[in-house]
Design a binder for this molecule. Sequence first.
Ligand SMILES: Cc1ncc(COP(=O)(O)O)c(C=O)c1O
Length: 346
Amino acid sequence: MSDLIDLSSDTCTRPSAAMLAAMANAKVGDESKGRDPSVTALCERVANLLGQQAAMFLPSGTMCNTIAAMVHCTPGSEVIAAQSSHVEASESGAIAAFARARLVTVPTTDGTFAPQDIERLMHPSKGTRAPQVSGIFAEQTHNRCGGSAWDEDQLMKLGKFARINDIAFHIDGARIMNAAIALNVEPAAFGRHADSVWMSFTKGLGCPVGSVLAGSKAFVEAAWEWKFRFGGGMRQAGVLAAACLYALDHNVERLAEDHANAAVLAMRLAKIDGVELLWPEPGTNMVFFDITKPQTNTDALTQRLAKRGIRFGIEGPLRFRAVTHLDVSTSDMGTVAEALAQELAR
Ligand SMILES: Cc1ncc(COP(=O)(O)O)c(C=O)c1O
């Protein structure tokens, strides 16, 4: 473990010794031919967890979102997603570049939206020259809205609306396990309402590589074609799948600790003069805050904190994000808050 308290993201975790041992002992085969037993076991397990028929192993969440768009969306159509969602802000325009569909975003303060919000954005019915909506993308949890979680009812309503309107419903489940733990439900409670849904193993679950995209058998069959086209077919990927299987056994329940640490950090930061929390009560593992002390320079503050072994994510001028994960402790929360208070008091 490094001395750095790195709160920039939950993607910065290192595989533990026990996870590395599981990887070293993995049973492997040729993944691209469906012959890797560890990948097969992982996909079966995740499909079941997410309430779907089948699943495929992919290197990244971005590839999951992009492949889902390739399967679901027709060129010239529209995809509805929340404002500031990962597909809008952080995937280099992949949906536009590859699926040639236009992203239309719903204004939101908590990352969620309802069928009425979509209706307001939809054009008149089919048969006109207006583009039609082919996909609805929800993000569980919504990263840039403070890691807020959708509840099952909200996702069920979107799923129903999508089915009635012949639109595909996709869930970017980068942190679906955080949501499941926070709301004390099985991840299938969210996943079963979608036509496709994925979960990441490289965020709170602490693995070095891997996401699993799930859906109906027909969806996954179609997705395999895009996986090959994007060069996502792998060979002895069981070494990676073994880390994911290890994480499912050991790193899911403990996400509650990350949520508790985020709550502790938020409480400590709220007491500091010159700090304003965007969402004072974090629902999962993220704390977003603005520095309101006049004449503070973000770069200089970041450098001073780095010298003290602390790193936040930078979300904008004077806006930071702190994400808790398995490589930071409750006592680190106190250290971080104290250091920030001291730097702002200088
Ligand atoms: C909400 C969300 N979706 C998608 C992704 C993309 O995942 P990956 O980095 O594995 O491509 C991320 C990554 O942080 C994310 O936070």
